[in-house]
Design a protein around this ligand. Structure first.
Ligand SMILES: Nc1nc2c(ncn2[C@@H]2O[C@H](COP(=O)(O)OP(=O)(O)OP(=O)(O)O)[C@@H](O)[C@H]2O)c(=O)[nH]1
Ligand SMILES: [Mg+2]
Length: 218
């Protein structure tokens, strides 16, 4: 018996993501998809990276949230072009939303567009939004079992950031376990430890990203 298998949503997403990728390539803009749990420190990380990268690149930010605009306000307060995307309940951003929001930016005046995806360790990893590369943020208070329990988010990423490392003394968080679990699903993926509180690790992460951005724009 022949069983029909439909992949409508993902195929549709891939079509649109290719269009987003083409538009950004034509305008020489590098799109970075930042993913992680609610409260992992994504917006704080973006602010720290903007401080370190804004001298080298012209940066814009799309802030994804189910509702509200507080994250876009935080980025706009840094005098960085920021647009809030509200998904009104959806747990991830889709390429169609990026395509629709791109006209809000002067792409000719940008080198890098960060997208802060919806706080969620599952769904965003399943959707190609037209990014050049992905960053996954895992904060220490979330626990060291998350790579093992939510592997796709760590398999389909180009960089793992262990955030809130200033919290390591207060949590039973085995970084060696996380590294081993990450290596098992993503053998080549780089890993950084950062703290938005102390600034630790931010220069190294920013330098790594600068190299990747230059490679993407070349
Ligand atoms: N101790 C510590 N706290 C941090 C750090 N980074 C962020 N925080 C705190 O963690 C909380 C969440 O930070 P956000 O940057 O808003 O996290 P987010 O991932 O953008 O959150 P959502 O957008 O709601 O998913 C805030 O209270 C931050 O002050 C850090 O490096 N160390
Ligand atoms: Mg945020």
């Amino acid at each position: 018996m022949e069983i029909k298998v439909l992949h409508q949503v993902l195929e549709w997403n891939q079509d649109v993501s290719a269009e987003v990728r083409r538009t950004l390539a034509e305008n020489k803009v590098c799109l970075i998809n930042v993913m992680g749990s609610p409260g992992a420190g994504k917006t704080s990380l973006l602010a720290a990276l903007i401080a370190r990268l804004r001298g080298q690149f012209r940066i814009g930010v799309i802030e994804g949230d189910i509702t509200g605009q507080s994250d876009a306000e935080k980025i706009a307060a840094l005098h960085i072009p920021a647009v809030q995307l509200n998904t009104d309940g959806a747990c991830h951003i889709e390429a169609m939303s990026i395509r629709n929001i791109l006209p809000q930016f002067d792409l000719a005046a940008l080198d890098v567009l960060f997208v802060e995806n919806i706080g969620n360790l599952v769904c965003p990893a399943e959707f190609d939004i037209g990014e050049n590369f992905r960053l996954t943020v895992l904060s220490i208070p979330e626990g060291d079992d998350k790579v093992a329990k939510y592997p796709l988010m760590f398999t389909d990423t180009d960089c793992l950031v262990l955030s809130k490392c200033d919290m390591l003394p207060y949590f039973d968080f085995d970084t060696a376990r996380v590294t081993a679990d990450y290596r098992a699903v993503n053998p080549e993926g780089p890993q950084f430890q950062t703290s938005g509180r102390t600034g630790a690790g931010m220069d190294a992460l920013a330098a790594h990203l600068a190299g990747r951005i230059r490679a993407a724009l070349a």
